[in-house]
Design a protein around this ligand. Structure first.
Ligand SMILES: [Ca+2]
Ligand SMILES: [Ca+2]
Length: 295
């Protein structure tokens, strides 16, 4: 009982592992119900990606205690064993949420089980010819005579500002934006068109995004986030990711957000100065953003 409470307490601080922890708590209860831990023997494993893209290779590594003598992996939760290797790899051909189950056996007919969730994502790649790329591995918007600049709140190291954080399960390429609030009450990031010199705005620029239908991007976040755009004079209303595709039950996985341009009001889309700005509230929150496009 005390172990279960400990895991629930952890959830408050590491919300990103909520789904997996939830499954772990359930399997712990099953284990206890089926007769104790038998000398500390426990099945466990790690996955190289928690939100792999379709057809990308996921490596599974057995981390069970003791010395198991056999391994049975069910990668897609259909009850059929897919591999009996200790450390197999697998590729998913269809998007969706799957429960990965490892059953290990020890001498003396002892078997243990561990189950974890995995969310396979479908990412359109490469971007369409006419997409306006706000952030991809190629960088920030580059247009004739001016370019984009990024700001984060609170201040972070430059590799985070530039979106160079490396993540194995990035929806696009390897690089993503990692945003962390530390001991501040919020954390945000935005792209602004213009040339900045010594933090003074030398020239403010705008671009015409009026032909685009929607803003699309991917997030992995423990909390709801607000998205805004700006024209040369005004900031739009905030749009919550929870209204446009983010499900808090899947907060430890990448999720796709699509916000129609019509949801942003009070701005002139022919004069967009900030094509994307995102903020989240809370201390010690970390969230990730990738593949931000107007399409
Ligand atoms: Ca299977
Ligand atoms: Ca990327």
């Amino acid at each position: 009982m005390s172990i279960v409470r400990g895991k629930q307490g952890k959830k408050k601080f590491i919300m990103g592992t909520f789904v997996v922890v939830g499954v772990a708590v359930i399997s712990l209860i099953i284990l206890i119900g089926s007769g104790g831990d038998e000398g500390g023997l426990n099945a466990s494993f790690t996955m190289s990606k928690s939100s792999p893209k379709i057809d990308s290779v996921v490596l599974f590594e057995d981390t069970s205690s003791g010395d198991p003598i056999s391994w049975k992996w069910d990668f897609d939760g259909d009850g059929t064993v897919d591999s009996t290797e200790q450390n197999p790899s697998y590729q998913y051909s269809e998007a969706g949420y799957y429960e990965v189950k490892l059953t290990v056996e020890y001498p003396g007919n002892i078997s243990k089980t561990c189950t974890k969730g995995i969310l396979v994502i479908d990412v359109e790649y490469p971007p369409g010819e006419n997409d306006y790329l706000v952030f991809t591995d190629r960088g920030l918007p580059v247009e004739e005579n001016f370019w984009g600049d990024a700001w984060v709140w609170p201040n972070l190291p430059s590799e985070d500002v530039e979106g160079k954080y490396l993540l194995a399960d990035a929806p696009e390429g390897d690089e993503v934006w990692m945003i962390n609030s530390g001991n501040h009450s919020f954390a945000g990031w935005g792209v602004f068109l213009g040339v900045w010199v010594s933090h003074d705005l030398k020239e403010k620029h705008a671009t015409d995004l009026s032909k685009y239908e929607k803003l699309t991007f991917w997030v992995k976040t423990p909390c709801d986030l607000e998205v805004r755009v700006e024209d040369n004079s005004n900031e739009s209303n905030p749009c919550l990711v929870s209204d446009y595709g983010w499900d808090p039950s899947f907060s430890s996985f990448w999720q796709k957000i699509e916000i129609p341009a019509s949801a942003f009001i009070n701005v002139d889309f022919t004069k967009i100065h900030c094509p994307f700005k995102i903020t989240g509230e809370g201390e010690n929150i970390t969230y990730y953003v990738d593949y931000v496009r107007w399409v």
